[in-house]
Write a new protein. Structure first.
Lengths: 511, 322
């Protein structure tokens, strides 16, 4: 295979939205059969560039050439016709249909429009390339995110896509699943297909991509082979200045004799917790480490009263909580920053101010009547405190970037002054600047005596930002200890070891 | 601290001409219609005619105001016409057989109770409000028929009919009541905790739950308000026409929903305003009045109103969703 043929060539491309220019004079060549990374902070323009190549946006200026053909009136449909498929961050599948129906959606085997047999055979043929091991007759709604992503990839291959754009493909995957995705990517490129890989995860990029284009403020900073790059060199180019991924200093851990703020003892839930015991002390940051699906979110839900305990005990400040509800949890000062901020956290039809106030309406009202003056002043303080941009009290949150949306959500709990704050993936999908601000916030809250339970798929974050951590697997906690004794590698190693041990046990039990 | 999001990727937050047309288009249409009608007819732009329009539509105004709360809260109320009917015949019966003042109070109270029942069923069984109110509208209409025994109830009692017929100075009592309801609904929606909660429940129920808001109570409240308003509207109508009939208010639920949507309140919930619904009712009323004044064949009235609603909704749908 020739290595130097150009699959996609972007020349002088510019794009504006509503008077704001988001891409300036972009020039990138993407080599055929390579994995090409697009990196940059949120708002740097990497997703927009991906969407231009994928046909979702039409450039205002410049040209795009795909596999030697210049592109004019371009739409996702025409892009697909030219061999370019895009796999979105939010997957676009029909949940009520089966895997095979989704893979061949719009391309079913048919005779005069009447469906005929044959899709399953075509699926088997595809499976030879992909080796995903998906059940073609499973309903997509029942699949996990990683598996749904595989369905999307199969769909792209079924349409004979030569260039596949993946927007944040690993953001909802566990490390293990991400590894498997990367294997698939390697198989695809070995067959001469080209992958454009848009991501925040620098480790994944360094390990799996051939070349990288770094973007900043809507411009290309540089395009280089990945070989000479380090995390630091990428970050430096993304930020435009020397900077480190800095972990803020943690406040001193509360002494071990401090009575716990919340405590689960041998707690089980129908959602999948099996005899979990854990505690968080005031002013302590506790990390929950485990793969997606290991029960981390379920611990959060149990503590927040969203799932009732089917066994075991839950105590808040020593007091037994026999029938916990979300409302009771909120009343006792437990806050939750949920995993999916758009679906579970923000009211996108509303502006910044009501979003910040939502959990603390009592504090700014008397007899049910809001004190708007106090509310505006308080919101303004929060906007300043977190550096929320744009700094409008009644800004349209729906149009904010991920990082700023997350800051609005954190502001909601900062004004609430909770006793325990549960953070589920607090820095997912936000840029480095916002991430550092979020980290500072976590540490500040702990310093003020708030107990914090931190859940993060980025092990580095969970380890470096916590005093103590619990390791989880399959709904159980299998180890606990000070986070200073952990590294990403050692934690991962132990998680995988535990997984193996348990699956061997299961096998041993099976007849 | 780098705040990258300040820079590209974020659309400018300026109001374009398109945004203004979308957000305030209904007002522009109303102004245009008023100007056109006042040129077309000398009698249109008189205080008497304008007050008359308001007075005639007072029941629809009242229902639409309260319905706005339901729709912003992510709900749907198809039972307002039937609640109107129950309140009408109950008030008529009470006015004749018990006490006319009690009848005036009883109408909205009965509406409040029926609306609350809607809310309790919706939240208790977790069924979509569309289905529940569709069913209860049949039940309530049946109750109205049972109460009146299927007959008209004539109510010619001065202590009762002042509500629908009297004026204070130039202004009809019904118009004053309408404005009171409007101000109350605006106050609830914009100035109270409850109003915030209604927006949050309609905009993102899960976020509201996770913020510790009792979303079920909030929903029940909106349906209770809608019911009370329908009851009040029923009493005003009976008092005006001196007659209570079990089929009173049929179809009113659709007119009210049309007015709310026409005003620009989102059918998806989470966004909207009481003034919008008022504007929606006013537009529908102006179209009707225009037909009368200009002596146009009234057969075209329904068609015209329908076309305008489709246009207004289509215009609102051009708003980019995020």
């Amino acid at each position: 295979m020739e290595k130097d043929r150009i699959a996609v060539s972007v020349r002088g491309v510019a794009k504006s939205f509503g008077g704001t220019r988001i891409l300036h004079d972009i020039a990138v060549d993407i080599l055929e059969g390579s994995v090409h990374a697009l990196v940059g902070e949120n708002g740097a323009g990497k997703s927009s560039l991906g969407k231009i190549i994928g046909g979702y946006y039409t450039p205002d200026e410049g040209s795009v050439t795909v596999l030697g053909q210049p592109v004019q009136h371009y739409s996702p449909r025409e892009a697909l016709g030219m061999g370019v498929a895009m796999i979105h961050q939010e997957l676009q599948l029909v949940p009520e249909l089966t895997v095979v129906q989704n893979v061949f959606l719009g391309r079913e085997s048919h005779r005069l429009g009447v469906l005929v047999k044959g899709d399953l055979a075509r699926f088997e043929a595809l499976e030879k390339t992909c080796a995903f091991g998906l059940n073609p007759l499973a309903k997509v709604a029942d699949l996990r995110i990683a598996e749904r992503q595989k369905v999307e990839i199969m769909r792209a291959i079924a349409r004979e896509a030569q260039v596949i754009i993946m927007d944040e493909p690993t953001s909802s995957l566990t490390e293990d699943e991400a590894d498997r995705l990367h294997e698939v990517i390697r198989r695809l490129t070995a067959q001469g297909k080209t992958v454009i890989y848009v991501s925040h995860f620098l480790d994944h990029i360094l390990a799996n991509c051939d070349r990288v284009t770094i973007m900043r403020d809507g411009r290309v900073v540089r395009t280089d082979p990945i070989a000479g790059e380090t995390k630091q060199s990428l970050v430096d180019s993304m930020l435009g200045q020397k900077s480190d991924i800095m972990w803020p200093d943690l406040p001193p851990a509360p002494p071990p004799e401090t009575p716990p703020l919340v405590e689960l003892r041998d707690a089980s839930t129908d959602a999948g917790l099996k005899g979990v015991s854990l505690m968080v002390r005031p002013g302590e940051i506790v990390g929950l480490i485990g793969l997606v699906g290991s029960g981390r979110t379920e611990v959060a839900r149990a503590l927040f009263g969203a799932d009732a305990l089917s066994g075991g005990e839950y105590r808040i400040a020593g007091e037994l909580q026999p029938r916990m509800t979300i409302r009771r949890a909120a009343q006792q000062g437990i806050g939750l920053v949920p995993e999916d901020r758009r679906k579970q956290g923000l009211v996108l039809t509303q502006t910044t101010r009501p979003n910040v106030s939502l959990a603390t309406l009592d504090a700014i009202s008397r007899g049910g009547v809001l004190n708007t003056g106090r509310e505006v002043a308080r919101t303004r303080r929060m906007i300043e405190h977190f550096g929320i941009v744009p700094p409008h009290v009644d800004g349209e949150v729906a149009r904010y970037s991920g990082g700023n949306q997350q800051k609005v959500l954190l502001a909601k709990w900062a004004v609430a002054r909770p006793r325990l704050l549960i953070l589920d993936e607090p820095s997912r999908g936000v840029d480095i600047g916002a991430r550092q601000r979020i980290h500072e916030f976590i540490v500040d809250m702990a310093r003020e005596g708030v107990g914090i339970l931190l859940i993060s798929s980025e092990l580095e974050e969970a380890i470096n930002l916590s005093h103590r951590s619990y390791l989880m697997s399959e709904g159980r906690i299998f180890a606990e200890g000070p986070s200073s004794g952990l590294t990403v590698e050692s934690a991962l190693h132990r998680v995988f070891l535990e997984q193996n041990r348990r699956s061997q046990q299961k096998e041993a039990l099976a007849p | 601290m780098t705040d990258t999001a300040a820079k590209p990727g974020l659309p400018a937050r300026r109001l374009s001409a398109g945004d203004i047309l979308r957000d305030y288009g209904i007002l522009i249409i109303i102004v245009v219609l008023i100007v056109a009608l006042s040129f077309a007819s000398d009698s249109f732009l008189s205080a008497r005619n304008l007050l008359n329009i308001l007075n005639q539509s007072a029941p629809l105004f009242i229902i639409s105001c309260a319905l706005t709360l339901v729709i912003i809260g992510g709900g749907f109320d198809l039972s307002t016409g039937a609640v109107f009917g129950v309140a009408a015949v109950s008030a008529g019966w009470i006015a004749v057989n018990v006490d006319p003042y009690l009848a005036i109070v009883a109408g909205p109270m009965i509406g409040l109770a029926l609306g609350t029942l809607n809310g309790v069923i919706i939240t208790g069984f977790n069924v979509h409000s569309f289905l529940v109110t569709l069913a209860t509208s049949l039940v309530y209409r049946g109750i109205a028929i049972l109460i009146s025994d299927g007959r008209l109830i004539p109510v010619r009692i001065e202590e009762f009919s002042w509500l629908g017929r009297h004026r204070i100075g130039m202004v009809n009592v019904a118009v004053i009541v309408t404005f009171a309801v409007m101000l109350l609904m605006m106050f609830i929606l914009n100035r109270t905790k409850l109003g915030r909660a209604i927006f949050a429940v309609g905009g993102n129920e899960e976020a509201a739950i996770l913020s510790g808001i009792r979303t079920n109570l909030v929903k029940i409240f909106t349906f209770a308000m809608s019911g009370a308003a329908a009851g009040l509207a029923g009493v005003i109508t009976v008092s005006r026409i001196s007659m209570a009939e079990p089929q009173a208010g049929s179809g009113l639920e659709f007119e009210a929903i049309a007015a709310v949507i026409l005003g620009g309140t989102s059918i998806m919930g989470g966004a909207g305003a009481v003034w919008r619904s008022m504007a929606g009712v006013l537009l529908i009323a102006l179209i009707g009045n225009g037909f009368n004044i200009l002596n146009v064949n009234p057969f075209y009235k329904s068609l015209t109103t329908g076309v305008i609603i489709v246009l207004a909704v289509a215009l609102a749908a051009t708003k980019p969703r995020r």
